[in-house]
Ligand binder design. Structure first.
Ligand code: ZN
Ligand code: ZN
Ligand code: ZN
Ligand code: ZN
Length: 400
């Protein structure tokens, strides 16, 4: 998602290679002029220009940004020029940074959290098995691996009109505690979301079971490309995607909110760039009572992440929707955040996601953010004083 590119001021390190290459050319040309031209010097200049040109072109195409870690390669393509390459380590799965408590064990999976008597494909059995319990006794996926329409509609409605759905208010909010341990502010509320639960290791079905979609990883042809609307890098699909298709999950370091808060403070005090939007894993905080700090988790894809870090924000009418998916752990404090298409998406269309930015949240003012999503429903009111953000909730960005 390369958030920094949404900021008008994030151009400081852009063009470094270009500037260097042009400096070399300029110096050579100056030297040629001062020493009098000769055909061999001109040839050298031409060769040098060709090398610079090739070097620049080579910088604009990466065959596989995943370094072979995904089942298919994902290229990076810059048909415009002028953008520095993203600097991060590609990881195909989430990884714990340090203090986050994510306990994966067979012993924690109870009989009602798996299907020990299924075989083959759970979707084709006459009665939905225990693994459909989280989705109301009916599987969320169709035999083609798409989200069922009703399930998708319910999730879209929840995202578009969160005020009409159940919000949980923590008695002692871990987010507010991370910001201010002594006098934490009141919880701002968390949307209680619908979960999908996939079959996993203790289930007796096969890996081809229709209730295993997200865990099989990326299967669609995707490409990172340079957008021409000034949003920097973006992600697009190279094939047509039907409504309800799984695209990818949001992968990053698993941090506690406390760790994210500390990390943000450090990077802002050092004036470092932050380029991705941290994701808060708060979809089911309401059922867990008072959460300990090591259980209040988020994902940060700034330094380690997957292709989802390039998905740009779009207010309201984005074509992707994020859905919490439980795979390894039956409790919901850790889960996978998976992106599905809200509608049919054409080949070469940019994939976008509504980060849920509240442009009126003026608490803890830190940075200005200028949304350039291009949506007719853009929540960022033009001409207003620039909106300001908070450091830790997912409503927050840093640009410097
Ligand atoms: Zn199954
Ligand atoms: Zn089953
Ligand atoms: Zn809270
Ligand atoms: Zn199962």
């Amino acid at each position: 998602m390369e958030l920094g590119s949404n900021f008008a001021a994030d151009k400081s390190s852009v063009n470094k290679e270009y500037v260097q290459a042009h400096n070399v050319e300029r110096d050579i040309n100056r030297w040629v002029r001062s020493s009098g031209s000769s055909s061999s010097i001109n040839l050298e200049v031409a060769q040098q220009q060709q090398i610079n040109h090739d070097k620049r072109r080579a910088l604009h195409k990466i065959h596989d940004i995943t370094n072979g870690t995904e089942k298919l390669s994902i290229s990076l393509f810059d048909e415009i020029g002028n953008e520095h390459l993203p600097n991060f380590v590609y990881i195909p799965q989430n990884i714990i940074y340090q203090c986050a408590y994510v306990h994966v064990s067979l012993a924690r999976i109870a009989d009602e959290d798996c299907c020990a008597s299924c075989a083959g494909d759970c979707l084709s059995s006459s009665f939905p098995c225990a693994c459909a319990r989280d989705t109301g006794g009916d599987f969320a996926y169709t035999p083609k691996g798409l989200l069922k329409k009703e399930f998708l509609r319910a999730c879209i409605s929840m995202n578009e009109e969160p005020q009409k759905h159940y919000q949980f208010y923590c008695p002692d909010c871990p987010l507010e505690r991370a910001k201010n341990a002594y006098t934490p502010a009141n919880c701002k509320g968390h949307l209680v979301r619908k979960f999908i639960k996939e079959c996993w290791r203790k289930c007796r079905c096969s890996m081809q079971c229709g209730n295993r979609v997200v865990q099989r990883g990326i299967t669609r042809k995707l490409q990172v490309f340079l957008t021409d609307e000034g949003k920097g890098w973006g992600l697009r699909t190279l094939e047509e995607l039907p409504e309800g298709s799984f695209v990818c999950e949001y992968v990053g370091e698993i941090l506690t909110n406390m760790e994210l808060y500390e990390r943000n403070k450090r990077s802002s005090s050092k004036g470092k760039d932050r380029h991705t939007y941290p994701v808060l894993l708060d979809a089911d905080w309401g059922s867990e009572g008072v959460l300990k700090d090591e259980d209040a988790l988020c994902l940060d894809a700034t330094y380690y992440g997957n292709v989802a870090r390039f998905i740009n924000h779009r207010c309201f009418d984005a074509n992707l929707l994020e859905i919490p998916v439980e795979v390894e752990t039956p409790d919901h404090h850790y889960y996978h955040l998976a992106f599905f298409t809200k509608r049919k998406v054409h080949a070469l269309e940019e994939l976008t996601w509504d980060y849920g930015i509240d442009f009126n949240d003026h608490n803890h003012p830190i940075e200005a953010f200028q949304c350039s999503c291009g949506s007719a429903y853009c929540r960022y009111a033009k001409g207003k004083k620039l909106p300001l953000f908070d450091v830790i909730s997912p409503k927050i960005f840093h640009q410097n």
